[in-house]
Write a protein that binds this ligand. Structure first.
Ligand code: C2O
Ligand code: CU
Length: 483
C-alpha cells in the first residue's frame, strides 16, 4: 500500500534530483511514511511535487468609498473554483472569489464598514477575530446572514495596531465554512507601529498557513475532527516557494487551520525574531529557533536573509509532535537589496495591568474516549446560545484561570471582544512570546493558563471558545454577558 505521505516524499526526492549542486531538502523518514499510514489511502489526489508554484501575495482589499473618514467595503460570500492541486479544480467558499480572502488594511480610530452579502445557500456570519466591536457587528455564531441577504458590519478600530483576521462563525457551520475558505487577514496600523524601522512595504508579507485534505478529484474533504488533513497550504497553495532578497522581511503568520497546531522552524536551525503576536507587537523582540502557533493565533516574525548567499534555499519546516519534519514552503534568496530596516530592542510599552476586580475559573474538556460523536464542553456544558455562562460587569478587569482537563486533547482559548494578557502558565511566568496582547492562547492537556481581560469597551453578549473550530462546533463554546 502506498501512503499519501510516501507519494509526497517521492515527489520531493524527484524535485531534489532536479536541482543542481544544492541538496538542502531532507528526505522523509520511513517513520513519517508509517505515521501517515493511519490516514485513509483511498481516494487521494496524485502526489504533489513541492516548490513548483510561487507563493501568492494576498491582495489588499480596495474600499468602494472613503468619504467622511470611513472606509467602506462591499463583499460577497460566493462559491468559487480554483486550481490548488495541479490539473484539478477545487470548489471553495470564498469572500469575493479569493482564497484566502483579501487583506483589509485599517487604521486605528478610522472606522471600516463592510456591507457583507451572502451569496451561498447556507447562513454565514462574518467575525473579526481579535477586534473590539459592538455585539451587533461581532458576527457571532447566532447572528447570521441568511442566504441572499446582506448586512452591515461596523468596525470602529478603536484599538492599537494588530494583525487580526476575519472568518466565518455561523454556528455549527463555522468549522466547515472556514475550512472551505471563508477566512482572510485584517491589519490595523497605528502611529506606534509606523514609527518603528521594521521591514515595510514589499518586505512586510502576510502568510496564512493551514492544512487541508483533498480527494482524488481535488475537492476538499471535510470531516469533523479529521486528523488526516495532511496537505499544508501557504496562502492557499501547497508547498510554494517565495523569492526573497538577502535582507530582513517581516512575515505576518496566521494559523488559519481548523485544528492544527504548528511548531515551525527554519532549516538549519536559523533564527527567527518574533516581534508580534495576536494583538500587535510584543514589548520586546524575541529571538527563537522554534515558533509554536495554534489554530487562530497570529505571530509576526522577522527573518533576516542577509546572512545567506544569493542562491540559497531556506525551508520553513513544520515539526510534528512525534518529531517528524515536513517542509511547508521554501524561501529562495535570489537577489540583494538595500535594507534600511532594523528591529529596536523595545517595540512598545504595554500599560500596567489594572488591579483585578473578579476571578473566574474555566474548564475545557472534551470526550476523548473514542466514542462515535464526541462532544466538547466549557465547564461541563455544551454551548447553548440561550444560556449566559459568565456575567461580567462593564469596566471589570477579570482574571480567568483556564484549565484543559483532557489528558490527550489539546485546546486553545479564545475570547471575543478583548485582547487579554497572559499572566501565568502552569504557575510560572509566561514565556517571551506570550508577553504581548493575546486573543487566543494554547492550553495543552493538563495545563492551566491565567489571563487577565478588561471589559471596558462594549456591553452585550459575546462568546468565548476553543479555536480548534471542530471543538467549538462540538460544543466547546460559551457566552459572556457584559452589563
Ligand atoms: Cu476566530 Cu469566535 O473566533
Ligand atoms: Cu479544543
Amino acid at each position: 500500500m502506498v501512503t499519501r505521505r510516501r507519494l509526497l516524499g517521492a515527489g520531493i526526492a524527484t524535485a531534489a534530483t532536479g536541482l543542481t549542486g544544492v541538496s538542502l531538502i531532507p528526505v522523509f523518514t520511513a517513520k513519517d511514511a508509517k505515521r501517515a499510514g493511519g490516514a485513509s489511502t483511498q481516494n487521494t489526489p496524485p502526489p504533489i511535487v513541492p516548490f513548483q508554484t510561487p507563493m501568492p501575495l494576498i491582495p489588499v482589499a480596495q474600499p468602494v468609498s472613503t468619504v467622511g473618514g470611513v472606509d467602506r467595503y462591499e463583499s460577497n460570500v460566493i462559491s468559487a473554483t480554483k486550481q490548488i492541486l495541479p490539473g484539478l479544480s477545487t470548489q471553495l467558499l470564498t469572500y469575493d472569489g479569493r482564497f484566502p480572502g483579501a487583506t483589509i488594511k485599517a487604521r486605528e480610530n478610522r472606522p471600516v464598514v463592510i456591507v457583507q452579502r451572502n451569496g451561498l445557500n447556507v447562513p454565514v456570519a462574518r467575525h473579526l477575530h481579535g477586534a473590539s466591536v459592538a455585539p451587533e457587528s461581532d458576527g457571532g455564531p447566532m447572528d447570521t446572514i441568511a442566504p441572499n441577504a446582506e448586512r452591515v458590519y461596523t468596525y470602529p478600530n478603536r484599538q492599537p495596531h494588530a494583525s487580526l483576521w476575519y472568518h466565518d462563525h455561523a454556528h455549527h457551520l463555522e468549522s466547515e465554512n472556514v475550512y472551505r475558505g471563508l477566512q482572510g487577514s485584517y491589519l490595523i496600523s497605528d502611529s506606534i507601529e509606523d514609527a518603528l524601522p521594521l521591514p515595510k512595504g514589499p518586505y512586510d508579507v502576510v502568510i496564512h498557513l493551514r492544512d487541508a485534505r483533498f480527494d482524488a478529484a481535488g475537492q476538499l474533504v471535510y470531516a469533523m475532527g479529521d486528523r488526516t488533513r495532511n496537505t499544508l497550504l501557504t496562502n492557499g497553495v501547497p508547498y510554494p516557494y517565495f523569492e526573497v532578497a538577502a535582507r530582513k522581511y517581516r512575515f505576518r503568520l496566521a494559523n488559519s487551520s481548523n485544528m492544527r497546531f504548528f511548531t515551525l522552524r527554519l532549516s538549519g536551525g536559523a533564527n527567527m525574531i518574533q516581534i508580534g503576536s495576536d494583538g500587535g507587537l510584543l514589548p520586546a523582540p524575541h529571538t527563537t529557533q522554534s515558533l509554536f502557533i495554534t489554530s487562530g493565533e497570529r505571530a509576526d516574525i522577522v527573518i533576516d536573509f542577509s546572512s545567506y548567499p544569493i542562491g540559497a534555499q531556506v525551508f520553513l519546516e513544520s515539526v510534528a509532535s512525534n518529531g517528524s519534519v515536513e517542509q511547508v514552503m521554501r524561501f529562495d534568496v535570489t537577489r540583494s537589496a538595500p535594507d534600511p530596516s532594523s528591529i529596536p530592542s523595545v517595540l512598545r510599552a504595554l500599560p500596567p495591568l489594572p488591579t483585578a476586580t473578579a476571578h473566574r475559573t474555566i474548564v475545557m474538556r472534551m470526550d476523548e474516549d473514542g466514542r462515535p460523536s464526541p462532544q466538547a464542553y466549557m465547564d461541563d456544558k455544551v454551548y447553548d446560545h440561550q444560556r449566559v455562562d459568565a456575567h461580567v460587569l462593564f469596566g471589570a478587569s477579570e482574571i480567568w484561570t483556564v484549565t484543559n482537563a483532557n489528558t490527550r486533547a489539546p485546546h486553545n482559548f479564545h475570547m471575543h471582544l478583548v485582547q487579554f494578557r497572559v499572566i501565568e502558565r502552569n504557575g510560572a511566568a509566561p514565556g517571551p512570546a506570550e508577553l504581548g496582547l493575546k486573543d487566543t492562547v494554547a492550553v495543552m492537556p493538563g495545563e492551566t493558563v491565567k489571563l487577565q481581560a478588561t471589559f471596558d469597551t462594549y456591553a452585550g453578549e459575546f462568546v468565548y471558545h476553543c479555536h480548534m473550530l471542530d471543538h467549538s462546533a462540538m460544543g466547546m463554546m460559551a457566552t459572556m454577558k457584559i452589563t
